[in-house]
Design a protein around this ligand. Structure first.
Ligand code: HEM
Length: 404
């Protein structure tokens, strides 16, 4: 089916305080500088590009939004055109009291008991990707490595075909990079995902196995069958929350190490169980936190002293909070062995990331295997690194010289 594009063309941003735009070309590469510069001027920026939408940049403001479910609803989890069609993807799009039941249903699938045993197989998978590079002196660490790892993890959990990885990534690209400005893209992606997962859920209703897709296909909350649109929503959420998030974190970590030979050298000589790996992973998550969420304002209130009104959209800029000098000592320094690191890369409050155990295993294992294989790799300055902008930020092309 062909969908007419109704894309809104928007000019490049020149005023990030009064006219910010997370799909502007400058965002992907420069978001940290943008948030820091806004914070020096005021605690919250605003735009009218998608209706009125606010962007708090302080830890205080972001905590306030994330914890206040009375005034901020999760029915809108990205800043898009105000007439954007929205579909449920529980628990991330649910508010209390419904949120709790959806979350409880999925929680056991992401517990350390389920995730920890995946580590050895993830490691072998990463080693396989590295072996696939053959003797090549260069590689694209995002395209040939980072992007494959979380797809493998989520496909294992859901029991769905990894051969469809390109299609999953295409959905993610269109959903995050194009759909906020183009409703026809959102409708098309939703329809494609509904058709794909609808078939799969019906198959698992008829022939259940022990995978997460079967649990979702036959889901009940408090003895009641979960409605079909919610079951589809769980499946769609697993794909959009479980893939480019960790792909971006791995890519950002590899980008950082390719530019910081001192940090790379320190990690290259320690064992996998050395505490330096743990602090390094958390510092990558703090400094390069990939995920920015959003809320719909459902009650007039104030954030950091600035008024917000019912019907406005609100960015929940967790990555900006991680750079607030009020919240972190030397916030602009990347400190590999930072001891106190209460970052909010995984969010906070009732929607805190369900997949954080999985994400941490994937990120740590991916970095360990890469650093062991290529302890002297550097960024390939002759080629361009590209960054995804918008909701999930991270390198999408990461050319490196392997210096084997
Ligand atoms: C580095 C990787 C990841 C980061 C930075 C990240 C970040 C986040 C953040 C910030 C939230 C809070 C949403 C909000 O407040 O609206 C969230 C929620 C969530 N994440 Fe992740 N995530 C990552 C990986 C994953 C993975 C691998 C999965 C697996 C499917 C996952 C599944 C979820 C789910 C289901 C929620 C919704 C929880 C709820 O609403 O109760 N995430 N994530």
């Amino acid at each position: 089916m062909v969908y007419e594009s109704d894309q809104v063309e928007l000019p490049p941003v020149t005023d990030w305080v009064n006219d910010w735009d997370w799909l502007d070309d400058q965002w992907g590469e420069n978001a940290i500088d943008i948030w820091n510069s806004v914070r020096e001027q005021c605690p919250m920026a605003t735009t009218e590009r998608y209706g009125r939408a606010h962007m708090p940049v302080t830890m205080e403001g972001i905590q306030q939004v994330a914890k206040d479910t009375e005034n901020f609803s999760s029915i809108w989890v990205n800043v898009s055109r105000p007439d954007a069609p929205r579909a449920p993807a529980p628990p991330i799009t649910s508010d209390p009291p419904d949120h709790q039941g959806h979350r409880r249903l999925l929680l056991p699938a992401f517990s350390p008991k389920v995730i920890a045993p995946m580590e050895d197989e993830m490691r072998e998978f990463c080693q396989g990707l590295i072996a696939d590079l053959g003797d090549s002196p260069t590689a694209d660490a995002a395209v040939q490595y980072a992007q494959h790892i979380p797809v493998h993890g989520i496909c294992q959990l859901l029991g769905i075909p990894e051969d469809d990885a390109d299609m999953f990534r295409d959905w993610i690209y269109r959903n995050f990079q194009l759909a906020p400005r183009d409703n026809s893209v959102r409708v098309a992606v939703q329809q494609e995902m509904d058709a794909y997962f609808g078939e799969m859920l019906k198959e698992r209703q008829a022939n259940p196995t022990d995978d997460l897709t079967s649990l979702i296909a036959n889901a009940q909350i408090d003895g009641e069958d979960v409605g079909w649109p919610y079951k589809l929503g769980y499946m769609k959420l697993m794909i959009v929350a479980g893939i480019d998030t960790t792909w971006s974190a791995i890519g950002s970590g590899l980008w950082h190490l390719s530019n910081n030979p001192g940090d790379l050298a320190r990690l290259a000589v320690v064992e996998n169980d050395d505490p330096l790996w743990q602090t390094a992973t958390e510092e990558i998550l703090r400094f390069y936190a990939p995920v920015t969420m959003a809320r719909k304002v459902i009650g007039d209130t104030e954030i950091a002293g600035c008024p917000v009104h019912e019907g406005d959209q609100m960015l929940v800029t967790f990555p900006a909070a991680n750079h607030d000098p009020e919240a972190f000592e030397n916030s602009e320094e990347f400190i590999l062995d930072r001891e106190r690191n209460r970052h909010v890369a995984f969010g906070l409050g009732i929607h805190r990331c369900l997949g954080s155990n999985l994400a941490r295993v994937e990120l740590t294992v991916a970095l360990q295997e890469w650093v062991r294989a290529f302890p002297n790799y550097v960024l390939d300055e002759s080629k361009k690194t590209t960054w995804a902008n918008g909701q999930v930020r991270g390198p999408r092309k990461l050319p490196v010289v392997l210096n084997r």
